[in-house]
Design a protein. Structure first.
Length: 98
């Protein structure tokens, strides 16, 4: 799946069959923070921690976000939330191609 296809899928009622990290990002892209957060909490990898960090940044909880960025081995970005969402989606889509 390309980034453009993933982005276009946000028009659908339900996500396409994708990995759990991408599933969480799909719900985040739809503005469904709660569902995205529930999914992210059950992903025990650096990808899950990165998504969790992003979601707490969306929420405005910078302290919690910093904790999750640290767990993911990432720094808190200075880009917009939309740019970060796109960056995470692109990286995870690229991983799935391997």
């Amino acid at each position: 799946m390309t980034f453009e296809e993933f982005q276009y899928s946000l028009r659908n009622e339900a996500p396409a069959p994708v990995s759990q990290p991408l599933n969480a990002l799909w719900y985040a892209g739809k503005g469904d923070w709660d569902t995205a957060h529930v999914i992210a909490q059950d992903i025990y990898t650096w990808e899950g921690s990165w998504i969790h960090a992003y979601l707490h940044r969306v929420e405005g909880d910078e302290g919690n976000a910093r904790y999750w960025y640290h767990k993911a081995g990432k720094k808190m970005p200075s880009c917009s939330l939309q740019e970060e969402w796109a960056s995470i989606v692109r990286e995870l889509l690229d991983q799935n191609k391997m």
